[in-house]
Design a protein around this ligand. Structure first.
Ligand SMILES: [Zn+2]
Ligand SMILES: [Zn+2]
Length: 384
């Protein structure tokens, strides 16, 4: 296949322009306008926005009915940037600390190249989704009918990864990121004088038993070959030296790598909390919320992603056995609806994601664009 020649200087300019105007979940107005304006200037078809600030666009060539979707994320984080770079955030207290400015730039670069060269047969959708961080912009796109309005055969995502070398990709099938659930537990006891515990039902002692018992889900109930984290991250009870309070509050998170473990853990958690409370004469109220599902790559699309990366960086620079991350990613909502693959691209030895000193590595912009272009050319290959 033909070499992909890109204007690197222009990509860097776009990335810096986006970096300077970071916007948090569902507020990506300036960012979305930047993206739409560029896409229109390339001659790419831009559709009405979805999920508030999400930009959906497409480019068709030839007459094949086959389609693929490429996704980038638009949002930034509520972090004060620590940087003296000339393109640092101009929005006080908001920062592109996860590299979504780079992801957006790479997808724009691919749209521009594909629009200029028209060397594929089919339709490629460009999805610039809002609110990847915490707010589930991916779920909103699904709820608003992304896959009903547009005929998407397969979907691909990419995230930069600090610590993975520049010039390397990490690609694997199956689970790559964990499901993310949260819970709040209120333990109702009976308050009273701390000198007369026998007249109370102590919610603090009960909470201590609950906290310990919950650790037995991953250590005793789960198959040791599966992965699960149950963490209590907040404990609130009482406000005096000599009063046993009425209630205690616990909050926490559950991370798992398959749908079955996620569902079983919910039942086990409820049972342990209720039975521990019962043993102490207390009652529990549990609010459990499934936030993000597991991100699970399908086998065939993972091979397609691998082939595209192979053409760009060669076999020695593709890691196929990196362990999955217990972090989560809302591309999972899109992968629940469609076949597809989510990969990592090395960001080199930079500060970690969500750190105030993090920055997307401009050296990898052209690599990311080339991956998107090659993937499109291969999946929507011209016949003959
Ligand atoms: Zn992030
Ligand atoms: Zn991110």
């Amino acid at each position: 296949m033909k070499d992909i020649i890109l204007d690197e200087e222009q990509l860097v300019k776009w990335r810096h322009a986006l970096h300077a105007i970071p916007e948090i979940a569902f507020q990506e107005q300036k960012t979305a306008q930047f993206v739409e304006q560029k896409l229109r200037s390339f001659g790419v078809k831009v559709y009405p926005r979805m999920a508030g600030t999400g930009v959906i666009a497409s480019l068709s060539c030839g007459n094949s009915g086959h389609s693929i979707a490429l996704r980038a994320d638009l949002d930034a984080l509520p972090i004060v940037e620590k940087s003296h770079k000339e393109y640092c955030s101009t929005h006080q207290g908001v920062m592109h600390a996860c590299g979504h400015d780079g992801h957006t730039t790479m997808l724009l670069g691919a749209a521009q190249y594909l629009a200029e060269h028209q060397d594929f047969d089919g339709t490629v959708y460009f999805i610039f989704q809002p609110a990847e961080e915490n707010e589930g912009g991916g779920r909103k796109l699904v709820e608003e009918g992304l896959f009903k309005q547009y005929s998407i055969d397969e979907i691909y995502g990419m995230h930069n990864w600090p610590g993975l070398e520049v010039g390397q990709f990490s690609i694997r099938s199956g689970a790559v990121m964990a499901a993310y659930d949260v819970f709040d537990i209120t333990i109702h006891g009976k308050g009273g004088h701390a000198a007369a515990p026998h007249n109370t039902v102590d919610p603090i002692v009960t909470a201590a038993a609950v906290i310990n018992a919950l650790q037995s889900i991953s250590s005793r109930q789960l198959n040791p070959l599966d992965s699960l984290v149950v963490s209590i991250t907040r404990v609130h009870a009482g406000d005096s030296y000599n009063v046993i309070p009425q209630t205690a509050q616990l909050s926490g998170t559950v991370r798992s790598l398959c749908h079955q473990v996620q569902d079983e853990t919910i039942e086990q958690l409820k049972q342990i909390v209720h039975s521990s409370c019962e043993a102490y004469g207390a009652k529990a109220e549990i609010k459990y919320q499934k936030r993000y599902p597991c991100t699970i790559n399908t086998e065939l699309e993972t091979q397609h992603a691998y082939q595209a990366a192979l053409d760009i960086v060669g076999e020695d620079n593709i890691l196929c056995d990196a362990p999955p991350s217990m972090g989560s990613e809302d591309f999972s909502f899109l992968l629940n609806e469609s076949r597809g693959c989510y990969i990592s691209i090395g960001n080199g030895e930079t500060a970690s994601l969500h750190n105030p000193e993090y920055d997307f590595n401009d050296e990898i912009l052209t690599l990311g664009v080339k991956y998107w272009v090659r993937l499109t050319q291969m999946q929507l290959a011209k016949k003959g």
